[in-house]
Each structure stands twice: as C-alpha cells, then as structure tokens.
Ligand binder design. Structure first.
Ligand SMILES: O=c1ccn([C@@H]2O[C@H](COP(=O)(O)OP(=O)(O)O[C@H]3OC[C@@H](O)[C@H](O)[C@H]3O)[C@@H](O)[C@H]2O)c(=O)[nH]1
Length: 412
C-alpha cells in the first residue's frame, strides 16, 4: 500500500522521480495521524517540485539520448537486493543507469542510497513502474535510449513459488516477454538475463555444467526456464547480444556497507536461509529452522553453492562487456563448492557471534538435495572466478549491514 493517488498515477504513467518525490512512495504508516502528516508533507514536496521544476532533479533528457562512450543500462529490479548491488557497481564504473522497479520486493532506501552516492545529473534515474504493465513498459523504452538491459526484476523464493505458482509465471515469464518485446521494438542490443540454478532441478551428476539437462522441479525454476527458452528462440533470428547467467545461492552484501539484503518479514515463512539466519540472530524469530534432514547428502541436509553478491555483479559487468551481437552466452555463476545447510548454520553462528537455536523440520516442498556449479566455462570465456569464497566472511559482511539495519532501509 502506498500513500497517494499521485503515486498510483506514477506507476501507470512512469517518469523518473527525484529524491523528494520518492518520499511519496514510502510505505503507509499504521499511525493515522503520522500518515496524514506524511501525506501533507509529501503533497507539499510535490507542489514545490512542480513549481520550481527543481534544478537538482536529474534531467530526463540526458537519458533519452545516446552519449558517445557512455553505456546506458536499464536495470530492472534495481531497487532489489542483487539489482541494487549491480547498479552500484555500474555507477562506480561510470555507466549510466536507469532503475525500474515496482517496489513490491525492492526497497526505495536502496535507490535513495544510490542517489546520494551518485548525485551527478545524468548518471542515475529511478522510474517507479510495473513491468507487467505494457503501456508503462512502452513509455519507458520510448523515452529512454538504452544500450543494454540487465533484467533482475523477479520474485525469487522457491518455497513461495510452490504456493503461488501463477504469480511466478506472471512475474517472471510473462514480464520477461514484455521486456523482450520492448527491447526488440526499440532495438536495444544487449540483454543480460538473471536466471538460476533452479532451472536444472535435481541433476543426477554433480557438479552442474551449462550442458546439464534443465529439468526444473518447482514453479520458480520452471518460470525461469520458460523465460530462458523465449529468449533463446528470439535470439535465433535477432542480432541481439544475449548473456544468460544462472546464479547459484546468492549471499553477502556490499563490503563498503552501503547496501544490503533488506529483511522481508511478510515472507519469513518462505524466505531464504540467509534471511532466516539473520532473523534468528537478531531474535526476530525464536530459532533457525533447518528444513529437511533426510536428504541423501553427507549430513542429511541440502547442499548449495553460495556465491557472494559482489562476485555476482562482477560476473554481470564482465558479461555486459563481452556480449557479442547475434551470440548467446550461457553461464553458471557459482563458486564450484557445495555446502550443506548445517555447515551454513555453523558459519552463520560464527559470523554473527550468536548461539542461534536450531530446530529440525521436515523437507520444504520444491527443494532439491544437492546443487553446485562447475564454473569452468565462465572462467574460460569471461575470465571470471569467484573471489569471496569464505562463507563465514561473506555472512560477516552481510551481518554488519543487518545489525545497523534490523528493519531494512527503514531503520537508521
Ligand atoms: O529457513 C530456512 C530457509 C531455507 N532452508 C534451506 O536452505 C536451503 C537453501 O534454501 P534457500 O531458500 O535459501 O535457497 P534455494 O536454494 O531454495 O533457492 C535460492 O537459490 C537459487 C536462487 O535462484 C533462488 O532465487 C534462491 O531462492 C534449502 O535446503 C532450504 O530448505 C532452511 O533450512 N531453512
């Protein structure tokens, strides 16, 4: 729920937002009086902006034209955990970035942080829009000259996908189709697509190479696989440069402490192991629930390949640089090492310094026993390899941010 009709209009008719306007997108408070005061303040801010045509407001025209030597990247889902880290890296490397996000899973605080870090006109703009809205998507592509798209925007919880499969097919598969069609209409030449190891399902042979058959076993993996298939079919008769990155399990956060993975209390039941670990360490939940102890693995718990978000965004930038017209590159992005959930829990205890209580539960629907990557191809082709491979260190970096932001970007 957002706090003004202005905001609803904004999502239907998207345009870049200034920092002041972004305040209108903050979640509605439960306290009525505070809510009304916020609404009045927001409207006043909007009025001031409209009257003064604020000079600090990043000019949209800078984004509507190409500039020699500057690559303009549309980062969908750029307010989210991985997307915001990618935007930070792109901005650091002097790319021009347009973030599009519907803030359903993303965080305005991440965008504001980026705006504060990169206040220069023409570097970063934020558009509040839903990729499921074809009119909004067309407007975004017709008013901006993108050189590339990094398509992160997606719901991404395996457990949730088993409960609400249609949400996943809509948000992942259908929205990717919309983005792809808009890219084709507006001749955007490069696509870096966020795919997942969940597209492989439960392979018989480990480690997983890019040639391992994709047999997804949950709606999340199936929705991503269908999106991949659409992209691959389209690319057969297109000059688009395509890179499909299949991430393994992403952890960690910006070593500079500027960004992190904001907790999502409303999705706690379906959340990822890293979020559960930090919630348990903070005392927000009574303990960490290990879901499944009877898998055919060394200690009975699932094996995953945990990849640090800093390494992951590095893979994106390398993919962007190396993407070639009429070519598709498909790469696993992982460390090549499998760690059990029990090992993860031990690393989490050490990283947080909290003796977390652990409960052992039955299996979670949609889970596969063991996945870890063979990252040989990405090393060979893109000269990329994971550098942050110590689980405890990655969790410690993330914990530093989590401790300062127990309620995500809302808490300072
Ligand atoms: O509270 C929890 C959460 C998770 N787990 C277990 O931890 C393991 C990892 O689960 P997560 O939910 O963190 O991650 P998943 O492996 O299901 O998928 C993850 O990796 C691939 C990405 O593309 C997905 O977006 C991401 O959700 C599973 O075995 C799961 O059952 C728990 O034991 N307890």
């Amino acid at each position: 729920m957002l706090n003004s009709s202005v905001v609803r209009t904004q999502r239907r008719n998207p345009r870049p937002l200034s920092l002041g306007e972004m305040d209108c997108l903050e979640p509605k408070t439960k306290n009525n009086l505070t809510g009304k005061l916020l609404l009045v303040a927001s409207l006043l801010i909007l009025a001031v902006i409209v009257i003064s045509q604020s000079s600090s407001f990043t000019s949209p025209s800078a984004f509507s034209q190409r500039e020699e030597g500057v690559t303009h990247v549309l980062v969908t889902g750029g307010a989210g955990y991985i997307g915001s880290h990618a935007a930070l890296r792109l901005l650091r490397d002097s790319y021009r970035v347009t973030i599009v996000d519907n803030l359903s899973r993303g965080n305005l605080g991440a965008v504001k942080t980026l705006q504060r870090l990169f206040p220069q006109t023409g570097r970063l703009q934020f558009i509040y829009a839903d990729l499921g809205d074809p009119i909004a998507v067309e407007k975004i592509f017709s008013e901006n000259a993108f050189d590339a798209v990094m398509h992160f925007a997606a719901v991404a919880y395996v457990g949730e996908s088993t409960l609400y499969p249609l949400k996943y097919y809509h948000n992942i598969t259908s929205n990717t189709l919309g983005v792809l069609e808009a890219m084709a209409r507006h001749k955007v030449k490069k696509l870096i697509y966020s795919s997942t190891c969940a597209t492989y399902g439960e392979p018989e042979k480990m480690p997983i190479t890019e040639d391992t058959p994709q047999v997804p076993i949950n709606p999340y993996g199936k929705a991503k696989k269908m999106a991949e298939d659409m992209i691959l079919d389209f690319s057969k008769n297109s000059d688009m440069a395509v890179m499909i990155l299949r991430y393994f399990n992403v952890i960690g956060s910006d070593p500079g402490g500027r960004l992190g993975e904001a907790p999502r209390p409303e999705l706690r039941e379906q959340g990822r192991i890293s979020g559960a670990c930090f919630d348990a360490a903070r005392g927000f939940i009574p303990g960490l629930q290990v879901k499944g102890t009877d898998y055919k693995t060394s200690d009975g718990t699932c094996i995953r390949d945990y990849i640090d978000v800093t390494d992951l965004v590095d893979a994106h930038v390398k993919a962007l640089e190396k993407a070639q017209p009429r070519k598709v590159g498909i790469y696993n992005v992982g460390t090549g090492k499998g760690r059990s959930v029990k090992e993860f829990v031990e690393a989490c205890k050490k990283a947080t310094g909290v003796e977390i209580k652990v409960d052992f539960l039955p299996r979670r629907p949609g889970d596969y026993a063991e996945v870890y990557s063979d990252p040989t191809k990405i090393l060979k082709d893109l000269n990329w390899t994971a550098r942050f491979t110590n689980l405890q260190d990655s969790l410690q970096v993330a914990w530093r941010w989590q401790k300062i932001h127990p309620h995500g970007y809302a808490s300072y």
